[in-house]
Design a protein around this ligand. Structure first.
Ligand code: HEM
Ligand code: NAG
Ligand code: NAG
Ligand code: NAG
Ligand code: NAG
Length: 326
C-alpha cells in the first residue's frame, strides 16, 4: 500500500513537472509558423486567400466566425468540426448554417503544396477567421498558433456543448464559464452576431406565440416583430434567413449592441444579455463606446482560440482537413 501510494505520488510529481515544462514544448505562441514553411509566409498566404474570397463573398465573415466558435466549443479548437463521417460534429443539429469548409480546404491545399504536414487545420481556422473579421485587409488582432488537429468528432459532443438560442444570460454565462471564458468574454463574443444570419425557425416563437401566450415576445420592438413576420410567415415551410444585426448586418461593428438595447435583438439569447443585470452594464458600455469593441473582441477571440487546444506532440497535423491521417 505504501509502495503503491508513493508510486502514484511520484507519478503525480512527474505529471506536474511535465505540466510545468509543457509551455516550452507545446504552448500556443504568436508566429509559431515563422520559418517553418520554407520561404512561404503562412499567415500572409491565409490572408491573401481570405481576401480574395471576401472580395466576392462577404458572407465568409460570419461563416468563419461561427466555424471557429463551433470548433472551439466542442472538444476544443482542434478542427474536429471539419471531420467527415457518420455522426461527426458537423452532422449535429446545431451545425445548421455552419459554413466555410471549402475556404479551409483551399487554404490547406495551398499550404500543403508549400510545406506538407506543417500547418494544422485548427490554426487555419483561427488565422482565417481573424483575417475575415478584418475584412481581408489588415490584421485586426494578433493570433496565437501552434495548435494540432484532433482525431475524434462526435455529434453528441456538439449537442452537449453548444449553447441554445434561447438561453438565459445565466445559462449562457455558465456555458462559457465551462470553457474557461468569463461573462465579459461571452458578451464580447456574442458581438459576432453583428454579422450573419439566422433562420426563421429560431425566431418564430418570438413572433407569434411567445411562451404559449398567443402573442409576440414583449421584449421585442413591435416594429421589428411586424418586419420579421413579413420575412417569416407563420405557416411557411421556406425557413428563410434574416439578419442577426438588423442595422448593419454586413459590418463588424457595435451595431449589434445598440440593436439589442433598442429591443431589436433577433435571437432570444441576444435580447437576454441586454436586459440581465449581470450583463446589461457591459452591453451599454460597448454600445456607447465606453468600452472599445474591436480591441476587446480580438482579445476574446484569442482567448476562445486557446480553449482545450492540442499542442506539442498531441494530436496530428492532418493532410486533409476533412479526414484523420491514415
Ligand atoms: C450563447 C452563445 C451563442 C448562441 C446561443 C448562438 C446561437 C446562434 C444561432 C442560433 C445562430 C443562427 C444559426 C442558424 O440559423 O442557422 C447563430 C449564428 C451565428 N453565430 Fe452564434 N451563438 C452564440 C455565440 C456565438 C459566438 C461566440 C460566435 C463567434 C464568436 C457566434 C457567431 C455566429 C455567427 C457569425 C452567426 C451567423 C452565421 C452565418 O451567417 O452563417 N455565435 N448563432
Ligand atoms: C520545403 O520545400 C521542399 C520542396 O518544395 C519540401 O519538400 C519541404 O518539405 C519543404 N520544407 C518544409 C519544412 O516543409
Ligand atoms: C414562460 O412561461 C412560464 C410558464 O408559464 C413562466 O414560468 C416563465 O416565466 C415564462 N417565461 C418568460 C420569459 O416569459
Ligand atoms: C441592469 O439591469 C438592472 C435590473 O434590471 C437594473 O437595475 C440596472 O439599472 C441595469 N443597469 C444598467 C447599466 O442599465
Ligand atoms: C454539413 C452537414 O453535415 N450538415 C448537417 C447538419 O445537421 C443536419 C441535421 O442534423 C443534417 O441534415 C445536415 O446534413
Amino acid at each position: 500500500m505504501a509502495a503503491l501510494l508513493s508510486a502514484s505520488a511520484i507519478a503525480l510529481v512527474l505529471a506536474l513537472a511535465c505540466l510545468a515544462v509543457a509551455p516550452g514544448h507545446g504552448a500556443l505562441q504568436v508566429g509559431f509558423y515563422k520559418g517553418k514553411c520554407n520561404s512561404t509566409d503562412v499567415e500572409a498566404t491565409v490572408r491573401s486567400i481570405v481576401a480574395a474570397r471576401f472580395a466576392r463573398d462577404r458572407s465568409i465573415v460570419p461563416a468563419l466566425l461561427r466555424l471557429q466558435f463551433h470548433d472551439c466549443f466542442v472538444k476544443g479548437c482542434d478542427a474536429s468540426i471539419l471531420l467527415e463521417g457518420r455522426g461527426s460534429e458537423k452532422t449535429a443539429n446545431p451545425n445548421l448554417s455552419v459554413r466555410g469548409y471549402d475556404l479551409v480546404d483551399q487554404v490547406k491545399s495551398a499550404l500543403e503544396s508549400k510545406c506538407p504536414g506543417v500547418v494544422s487545420c485548427a490554426d487555419i481556422i483561427v488565422i482565417a477567421t481573424r483575417d475575415a473579421a478584418g475584412g481581408g485587409k489588415q490584421y485586426t488582432y494578433t493570433v496565437q498558433t501552434g495548435r494540432r488537429d484532433g482525431t475524434v468528432s462526435l455529434a453528441s459532443d456538439a449537442v452537449r456543448n453548444l449553447p441554445g438560442d434561447s438561453f438565459s444570460a445565466a445559462q449562457a454565462i455558465a456555458a462559457f464559464r465551462a470553457k474557461g471564458l468569463s461573462t465579459s468574454d461571452l458578451i464580447l463574443l456574442l458581438g459576432a452576431h453583428t454579422v450573419g444570419v439566422t433562420h426563421c425557425s429560431f425566431v418564430l416563437n418570438r413572433l407569434y406565440n411567445y411562451n404559449g401566450s398567443g402573442k409576440p415576445d414583449p421584449a421585442m420592438d413591435p416594429a421589428l416583430v411586424s418586419f420579421l413576420r413579413s420575412r417569416c410567415p407563420q405557416k411557411s415551410t421556406a425557413n428563410s434567413v434574416i439578419a442577426l444585426d438588423q442595422a448593419t448586418p454586413a459590418v463588424v461593428d457595435t451595431g449589434y449592441y445598440k440593436q439589442i438595447l433598442a429591443k431589436r435583438g433577433v435571437l432570444k439569447v441576444d435580447q437576454n444579455i441586454a436586459s440581465a443585470a449581470s450583463t446589461n452594464a457591459t452591453v451599454k458600455a460597448l454600445a456607447n463606446g465606453g468600452l472599445s469593441f474591436p480591441a476587446l473582441f480580438g482579445k476574446a477571440m484569442v482567448k476562445m482560440g486557446a480553449v482545450q487546444v492540442l499542442t506539442g506532440s498531441q494530436g496530428q497535423i492532418r493532410k486533409s482537413c476533412r479526414f484523420v491521417n491514415k
